[in-house]
Design a protein around this ligand. Structure first.
Ligand SMILES: Cc1cc2nc3c(=O)[nH]c(=O)nc-3n(C[C@H](O)[C@H](O)[C@H](O)COP(=O)(O)O)c2cc1C
Ligand code: SF4
Length: 657
């Protein structure tokens, strides 16, 4: 058997060894974790875009693609406004389309059977309940800030158990190869398991065995529905990490109880609905990659069935080590496959250095809340797979294209242009590529951004783009080169508002401060508590400085998506003295003179960092564009935005040429 075609099999022999789960044989150990955007109809049916989204994950080489939360009893169980409703008339057609697409691309199709419990009638994290007439049915009576929860009557519990069975049958009929019962993250089954929430006096409350009864009944019902051999996966907690929930020992006990009822354990943790826990369930950039693997390893010691681990895993070498060392049998990847669905395929082909890293910025979640679709900072295609399928890969006419600016937008544009057959020159003013990825990636917790920069540089090299460093592009330069098309990606400049003292020796602009921390004194006052200022504070504290943040708005990092903000703010509060609702009056030799609630005072500092934002370089951009008939402006030089805007505009502009 020749293995050279697939160097990954030699590099990661455990990761790429097949495994049997029930009656199916997985080609490798990588499972696409459930990650559900809401690209659904209001009846809870999949749209064609959703099918394409799932199909893409299968095309990328995962052995199993898991459709996320699908509600078995939609009258009581929808934890978000739009979710797949497995009891809704007409749901089958597109489920069937999805499984066919997944199968045709070489993977098995899995679906998560779920019920939101009390969140079926309460606003959940990242969602509001539009229909306020919906009653919240939970394990026990409860009054929460979001509303009143009513204890489920026993008869309703049996009805819901039956709906698990019906849903499982429906999914099998629609071509799913396995089902996953969601018993973690604080939803219905997890609410029943919780000693803090479950105060029932019937057979579903009281002892551990009684609290686990719902889960056991659900697993029996699902088995009765799908029959012997059909794989049932359970998503279980390794530790709820909260007073009200299960601890590690409880989770082991539970796993032992269900060992003979399931074919696969999938060990997650925490709680979706606890903002403090969200960033552990979906590990933030402040945690090491694989931070939750120990929980799977703990369960694995006590069960006979294979175990899946999950949580911020993107490096095939680390995955290999986890399996080789016996901590888990399989790896589930959530965001890593949004950032790069081809991660498994790249690992298989020995191309790990080409994997686009997930930055753990939570913009994917933010977008679900905002628009019910999905986006990814580093993957311009996600959520638009349908359109991407139709887009013309190779350019109809080969052109000479000049891209000005080597930040993420310029690099993405140049790579895509070259891949489409154009002859591309990328000119960058400074001595290196990356633009604002360098200051943004300088903090100790921003390794992912540094990796992204490397990946894009490698791709540029491979795409055969001519790169000119130390080259400031002027209108005369453009005239001389005379390209057929021009993309301007020259970024932005830092805002320097007319604040008295801003020219003083004690002031450092934010980019300079991040790239040259040696220029900072012991006490640092950051003017501007947006994302840049907030993250800089953590970084400066880490380097031994005493930090304060001054922000005019009522909150620090107010504009940041709530998911990232939840993980960020504890570190910000730990790192800095925060002065929100505070206006800068003047920079003085002792620090910054400010005003809050009508009172003026000085925040003492040796160095004042100016992080008051950026503005696009419209004038230069316009001048350059005036030199070429076909011209485009992207990224910060179009409008100041995020890495997402730069990369997305770079990609889609390149497709227009
Ligand atoms: C956009 C998105 C949607 C998700 N939807 C679900 C879901 O429907 N059900 C679920 O159990 N977990 C869901 N998750 C959690 C993932 O399955 C996974 O456990 C988590 O993201 C941690 O893995 P990762 O670090 O590889 O992303 C979702 C995650 C993301 C990013
Ligand atoms: S949006 Fe951010 S967190 Fe989500 S997958 Fe993309 S890079 Fe990762």
């Amino acid at each position: 058997m020749g293995t050279n075609k697939y160097p990954g099999k030699e590099l990661y022999p455990h990761l790429f060894s097949p495994i049997r789960i029930g009656n199916i044989r997985l080609k490798n150990r990588i499972i696409a974790a459930p990650t559900s955007p809401h690209m659904l109809t209001t009846q809870g049916h999949l749209t064609a875009e959703m099918v394409a989204y799932l199909e893409k994950k299968a095309m990328g080489g995962a052995a199993v693609v898991t459709m996320g939360e699908s509600i078995v009893h939609s009258a009581t169980g929808k934890s978000h406004n739009k979710q797949v409703q497995l009891d809704s008339y007409g749901v089958k057609l597109m489920l069937n389309e999805a499984t066919k697409a997944i199968h045709n691309a070489g993977a098995y199709a899995n679906i998560q059977l779920s019920h939101g419990g009390k969140y079926g009638g309460l606003a959940s994290v990242g969602g509001t309940v539009l229909d306020t007439s919906v009653t919240a049915w939970g394990v026990s009576d409860e009054v929460t800030p979001e509303g009143v929860v009513h204890e489920m009557p026993t008869a309703m519990i049996y009805e819901i158990i039956e709906s698990y069975k019906n849903a499982a049958i429906l999914c099998k009929d629609c071509g799913f190869d396995m089902v996953q019962v969601h018993a973690a993250h604080g939803w219905l089954i997890s609410q029943f398991l919780s000693p803090g929430l479950n105060h029932r006096t019937d057979e579903f409350g009281g002892s551990f065995e009684n609290r686990a009864r719902l889960l056991l009944c659900v697993l029996d019902a699902v088995r009765a529905g799908v029959g012997r051999g059909f794989p049932i996966e359970i998503r279980i907690s390794g530790d709820d990490m909260s007073e009200a929930g299960l601890n590690m020992d409880d989770c082991v006990k539970l796993a032992e109880m269900v060992d003979d009822k399931v074919d696969l354990f999938h060990v997650s943790c925490g709680n979706h609905e606890d903002p403090a826990m969200f960033c552990r369930t979906h590990p933030s950039t402040f945690f090491e990659r694989g931070v939750n693997v120990y929980l799977a390893a703990n369960i694995k010691k006590h069960v006979s069935k294979p175990v899946v681990c999950v949580g911020a895993l993107i490096d095939p070498a680390q995955m290999e080590e986890i399996i080789a060392s016996g901590q888990a049998d399989l790896i589930a990847i959530g965001r890593g496959l949004l950032a790069d669905p081809y991660l498994p395929d790249k690992a298989l082909h020995g191309r790990a250095d080409d994997i686009t890293p997930c930055l753990r910025c939570y913009e994917c979640f933010g977008e679900i809340v905002k628009s019910e679709s999905i986006k990814c900072t580093v993957n311009p295609v996600i959520g638009q797979e349908l359109a991407d399928k139709r887009s013309c890969r190779m350019a109809k006419q080969k052109k000479r294209v000049l891209v000005v600016g080597g930040g993420p937008g310029g690099m993405e544009a140049a790579i895509t242009l070259a891949q489409r057959g154009h002859q591309v020159t990328l000119a960058e003013k400074s001595e290196k590529l990356g633009g604002n990825l360098h200051p943004a990636g300088s903090a100790f917790f921003k390794e992912d951004i540094r990796k992204l920069c490397k990946v894009l540089e490698n791709r540029l090299r491979e795409a055969d783009v001519e790169v000119l460093l130390n080259t400031e592009v002027t209108p005369a330069f453009v005239k001389e080169l005379d390209p057929d098309a021009l993309i301007v990606a020259i970024g932005s400049t830092e805002l320097r508002p007319p604040i008295k003292g801003l020219d003083g020796d004690n002031v450092v602009m934010s980019i300079d401060a991040e790239l040259h921390p040696e220029r900072l004194g012991k006490r640092v006052a950051i003017m501007g508590g947006g994302l840049v200022g907030a993250e800089a504070a953590i970084s400066f504290k880490h380097e031994g400085h005493e930090v304060s943040i001054i922000e005019m708005k009522s909150e620090i990092a107010q504009e940041v998506n709530s998911f990232y903000r939840g993980g960020l703010m504890p570190f910000v509060y730990d790192a800095a003295e925060c002065y929100a609702g505070t206006t800068v009056k003047e920079i003085v030799p002792q620090g910054v003179l400010v005003e809050r609630d009508g009172k003026e005072f000085v925040i003492e500092a040796d160095t004042v960092v100016c992080a008051l934002g950026f503005r696009p370089k419209w004038q230069i951009a316009d001048e350059l564009c005036s030199m070429v008939d076909e011209s485009y402006i992207i990224g910060d030089s179009r409008n100041v935005g995020q890495i997402y805007h730069a990369i997305s505009q770079g990609y889609y502009t390149a497709l227009q040429i």
